[in-house]
Design a protein around this ligand. Sequence first.
Ligand code: SF4
Length: 89
Amino acid sequence: MYCGMSRGLPLESNGLRVLTRVGYGRVHLKNYGAMYKSVQEAVAPELPRGAEKIARAHLVLRTHGKTICRDTTPLCSDCPVSAMCAFCS
Ligand code: SF4
């Protein structure tokens, strides 16, 4: 990712959760691979170009998922994207 060699937007579980909650891709509780693929397809048209921007997007999503959009207790009232979030509305 940092060298610009990755395809799409590399995501770990926190970033993936954030994107599904705001409406990208489909949640597959029993098939992580299918969920990951659906999110990759959904975000592909909107991805920035360049390794630096991709890495930043990865880190922002990861941090948001770890601190605000937590798995069991998301802090939606503190979230800057709550107005556009499918999970919150
Ligand atoms: S509004 Fe809530 S569920 Fe939606 S992205 Fe923010 S913290 Fe996550």
